[in-house]
Design a protein around this ligand. Structure first.
Ligand SMILES: Cc1ncc(COP(=O)(O)O)c(C=O)c1O
Length: 399
């Protein structure tokens, strides 16, 4: 694609609502909705308020099915195996609560998971006496095989479930989830992939991926408005899951013979318009040649990675290749005050970028979405150079 492709990127900026005065390099945290998708969201909300009864009890149910059908095609799975959730946290809680952990059970995960998910698992493990094993993954990553070997050092006869990010939050790394799930399955344990950052950033094929549970956020890289996510559950485990909120979908018998869809779909009155935007979001991506644009974004990540590591005196946390990277890139940074540094980047340089702490390290993470450009990364580079020269906020190792 080369430079020509990269120059094409900012063309789509006008399609988004993002404030053009801000260099927005944090798409990863909460996504950002294109205008057309947001208008579709408001259209549903208008329809809801015009005739709430018809919408909530009749038409909306059909629209939900259409949206779920579109999502199931996008993920290559059956719509029967998907439920909408407001966010991945909801999905993780749903599975963790229903596992009915025992004191001898272990949940195997990495030490690079999203902090809120760690807390959920820790909560249910503490309550039951089970153990949450945050297996250390050595950084920098060297190869998939080394990753897999490191990860399964935490495996034992007590492992009940493997929980692993598809793409990590703080470190932005793409993990080898296909291989990890396949090995876990061979060893007879359940697998749960946290794909909060995956849909819209990497291809997902749930027929191929041997995951028993998979959650993804549609309100990040899939461009939906906030409050739109999903949980995929393999057929054989659907009966195991009681909803977090029991409502009209319960048929009143024990054991319940409500279907998975009935039991989980209606959890009390709420505005489910965000769920209905998926056909519009998928259509937006298809019409705008998303695959090609994502490729350009990934090239932008790869071509800038080493340069930023050099500036910050930091070693890359993985080989700079598509093996472990997609549209996020994280660099370890030495700073005495990450909050102040993040505020300084925003207030002085108008750059929105997160500084994230995990395992006593601080990472600065840039996200590249179709509205970002090389110019914006250069602006970040200049801002960081300036901060290094004029403040003591960033420490360069060896200085
Ligand atoms: C890897 C990962 N998992 C789970 C979540 C939870 O997402 P939410 O807060 O939308 O539930 C996030 C949020 O950024 C995440 O990055």
């Amino acid at each position: 694609m080369g430079t020509n492709g990269i120059n094409k990127l900012p063309v789509l900026k006008s399609e988004f609502l993002i404030d053009s005065a801000i260099t927005y390099l944090n798409f990863g945290s909460f996504g950002a909705c294109p205008k057309q998708v947001f208008e579709n969201y408001i259209k549903w909300q208008y329809e809801l308020e015009k005739e709430p009864v018809q919408f909530i009890t009749r038409n909306g149910i059909n629209y939900l099915q259409e949206s779920k059908d579109a999502l199931s095609q996008y993920l290559n799975c059956s719509a029967e195996d998907l439920i909408f959730t407001p966010n991945p946290s909801h999905a993780v809680n749903l599975v963790a609560k229903n596992l009915e952990l025992k004191p001898d059970d272990e949940i195997l995960t990495t030490n690079l998971e999203y902090g809120a998910c760690d807390k959920t698992w820790q909560f249910y493990c503490n309550k039951s006496g089970a153990k949450y094993i945050r297996q250390k993954i050595e950084l920098p990553l060297q190869s998939k095989q080394k990753f897999i070997d490191d990860f399964f050092k935490g495996f034992s006869s007590k492992t009940k479930l493997v929980f692993i990010s598809h793409i990590t939050s703080a470190t932005g790394l793409v993990f080898p989830v296909e291989e990890i799930c396949a090995i876990a399955k061979q060893r007879g344990v359940m697998t749960f992939v946290d794909g909060a950052h995956a849909p819209g950033q990497v291809a997902i094929d749930l027929k191929k991926l041997p995951a028993d549970f998979y959650t993804g956020a549609c309100h990040k890289w899939m461009l939906a408005p906030k409050g739109c996510s999903f949980l995929y559950v393999k057929r054989e485990f659907q009966k195991m899951l009681d909803p977090l909120i029991v409502s009209w979908g319960y048929d009143g018998t024990e054991p319940s013979s409500s279907t998975f869809q009935q039991f989980h779909q209606f959890n009390g009155t709420r505005d489910f318009s965000a769920y209905l935007t998926l056909p519009a979001a998928i259509d937006f991506m298809q019409r705008n040649n998303w695959k090609e644009y994502s490729k350009i974004c990934r090239e932008l990540v790869l071509s800038n990675a080493q340069r930023f590591c050099d500036l910050l005196g930091s070693t890359p946390i993985c080989p700079i290749s598509e093996e472990f990277l997609a549209q996020l890139y994280s660099i370890r940074i030495t700073t005495s005050n990450p909050e102040k540094l993040q505020r300084c980047l925003y207030e002085t340089y108008h750059i929105e970028i997160p500084l994230i702490q995990i395992n006593n390290e601080v990472y600065i993470r840039f996200s590249i979405q179709v509205f970002n450009s090389q110019k914006e990364l250069d602006r970040l580079y200049d801002a960081l150079s300036d901060i290094i020269k004029t403040t003591e906020l960033i420490e360069i190792k060896g200085n």
